[in-house]
Design a protein around this ligand. Structure first.
Ligand code: GLC
Ligand code: CA
Length: 555
């Protein structure tokens, strides 16, 4: 495998709105990020991905962009952005922005012009089709609920929006539009961005027949995933984008890619792939149901292990996955992957151990490193997220009471990850001196960065140790490039694997349960590099791990 500059990096996702507010308006800003760069540097972060900070009406929290060339005043100015780039560079850090080009905002100039003249030049920037009688062109559902088509007032024409109706899909079949996008990408890369996280990209290729599929819910609609199965030829767009933009800049790109076909993996992330990497969402899909969140099944330790093994083995010889345990679209990983009642310091460290020793590029989501958990939402009014509101309705429709529906959506809501970062134990967790835009998790007095920063046993310090190990000259090659080999698969609730490098072998064992486990162990001369307990019992050909104990051994 040809070595790339980003292979050995550790990345961190910032959700700017909830990271750090510096002007008291209750909304995180670029200045807040600049002020905390040293915190991130100290953690060991190299690459920072910023969720969107472009101009936006915030219907979908910035994923609805009304101007790709400007910073939303809520976050600051272009000067702030330039300063962030310069300050990051000083620290040898890299900045990625979010590239949201499947759709834009309905307030974007292009769409405003398209509305005025649906048959004109800008109408071609979107998918606009005649209705069928008084119905939309076909029965596709949007990801956020309801029809994916919205009627243009005063006409029988509809535009396509796979997400909210305020997020019209851009017509990638139109070369003019594609060139506009490439121009914009290059403009940012020329400014000094290191690359992009690429949003919802699988959706840019549509099944252009725009026909019905068999409905999969009682609303008579079918999920957009169905349509994607029939959309052929996305590779042409992605290749063109890569060649006209990223490749020239040696940019790092990581794509959000659901619903891809396994045999295409090499095209996406192989040596000559369209992207540098894609996120590994495999564990996030465990237990998911077409019916909605109310029908999801909890994740078991064995399922988590088997799923991770499958996706790592599948990509082993192909390329690098970007590993996450959470992001801004998911509940908090520690609340989601650890069985109820067992989420504590040890189990959080166990998940971290696995996360940072797997093959791939680790992405830490803000607050993960201090163990932020799901929030207990007291009412649906406390929730801002558009998709949670839809799933709440779906649960009510399925017959759940409002209390039950709230409980269900609280478990999976994207707002769990979006509550403000917990910096310290002062009011509003030190996030803002004003009114935070979203509730602060009530546990901020116990869980916050200040508590942990000088405590060498804290989760935060543990993350630092893991990251330091990744960068340790002696182990770096093995952690970055070493072969991934599962072990102890026949034991329930044990997640263990080797990383076999050229001259070192690491063994990672995680006891994913609340009781001891004894395993056969034959490595004579071994060294404990990481341990989330003070000691480790090894004798007579066995090793005993305590509840949620996790270790990294040099064997
Ligand atoms: C991606 C984003 C998500 C957003 C959606 C539409 O999935 O991560 O936050 O709602 O795309 O842009
Ligand atoms: Ca602010």
């Amino acid at each position: 495998m040809k070595k790339k500059w980003w292979h050995d990096k550790v990345a961190y996702q910032i959700y700017p709105k909830s990271f750090k507010d510096t002007n008291g308006d209750g909304i995180g800003d670029l200045r807040g990020i600049i002020n905390q760069l040293d915190y991130l540097k100290d953690l060991g972060v190299d690459i920072i991905w910023l969720s969107p900070v472009y101009c936006s009406p915030f219907v979908d929290q910035g994923y609805d962009i009304s101007d790709y060339y400007n910073i939303d005043p809520k976050f600051g100015t272009m000067e702030d952005m330039d300063e962030l780039l310069a300050e990051a560079k000083k620290r040898n850090m890299y900045i990625l922005m979010d590239l949201v080009v499947n759709h834009c905002s309905d307030k974007h100039e292009w769409f405003q012009k398209a509305l005025q003249d649906p048959d004109g030049e800008y109408g071609q920037y979107f998918y606009i089709r005649e209705g069928k009688g008084d119905k939309p062109p076909c029965n596709w559902r949007s990801y956020f609920g309801g029809s994916a088509w919205e009627r243009i007032p005063g006409t029988n024409k509809y535009y396509l929006h796979l997400f909210a109706k305020e997020q019209p899909d851009l017509n990638w079949e139109n070369e003019k539009l594609r060139n506009e996008i490439y121009k914009m990408i290059n403009w940012w890369l020329d400014k000094g961005l290191a690359g992009f996280r690429i949003d919802a990209i699988i959706n840019i290729k549509k099944d252009l027949r725009f026909e019905d599929f068999p409905p999969d819910r009682e609303d008579g609609l079918c999920s957009p995933g169905k349509m994607l199965e029939h959309a052929k030829g996305i590779g042409d767009f992605l290749k063109e984008m890569r060649d006209k933009t990223f490749r020239k800049h040696d940019a790092f790109t990581v794509a959000e890619l659901f619903n891809y076909k396994e045999e295409e993996l090499r095209n996406y992330i192989g040596e000559d792939g369209y992207f540098s990497s894609i996120f590994d969402f495999s564990t996030h899909l465990i237990g998911a149901s077409e019916k909605g969140w109310y029908d999801r099944k909890p994740v078991t330790p064995n399922a988590y292990r088997d799923t991770i093994f499958r996706s790592k083995l599948e990509t082993e010889d192909i390329g690098f996955l970007a590993n996450i345990i959470e992001n801004h679209d998911e509940p908090r990983g520690v609340s989601y992957y650890i069985p109820e009642g067992e989420c504590n310091d040890k189990s959080k460290k166990m998940l971290a151990t696995v996360h940072l020793t797997l093959k791939g590029i680790p992405f830490i989501y803000q607050g993960q490193e201090i163990g932020m958990t799901n929030n207990e939402f007291e009412s649906i009014d406390e929730i801002d997220d558009i998709s949670t509101k839809d799933e709440y309705k779906v649960a009510l429709k399925a017959g759940y009471s409002p209390e039950e529906a709230l409980k269900i959506v609280s478990k999976y809501s994207r707002d769990n990850a979006r509550t403000p970062f917990q910096w310290d134990d002062s009011e509003n967790a030190g996030f803002t001196t004003g009114n935070p835009w979203l509730v602060v998790n009530k546990n901020y007095r116990e869980i916050n960065a200040k508590n942990q920063i000088n405590d060498e046993n804290s989760l935060l310090s543990y993350y630092k140790k893991l990251i330091r190990l990744r960068k340790n000259e002696e182990y770096k090659e093995t952690i970055v490039y070493g072969e991934f080999v599962p072990v102890y698969r026949e034991y329930n609730n044990v997640l263990a694997f080797y990383r076999k490098g050229e001259d070192k072998t690491l063994l990672i064992i995680a006891n994913y349960q609340s009781k001891d486990i004894e395993l056969p162990f034959l490595h004579q001369n071994n060294k404990v590099l990481i341990n989330n307990y003070d000691s480790l019992k090894m004798d007579d050909g066995t090793i005993v791990l305590k509840p949620y104990q996790a270790v990294v051994l040099d064997v």
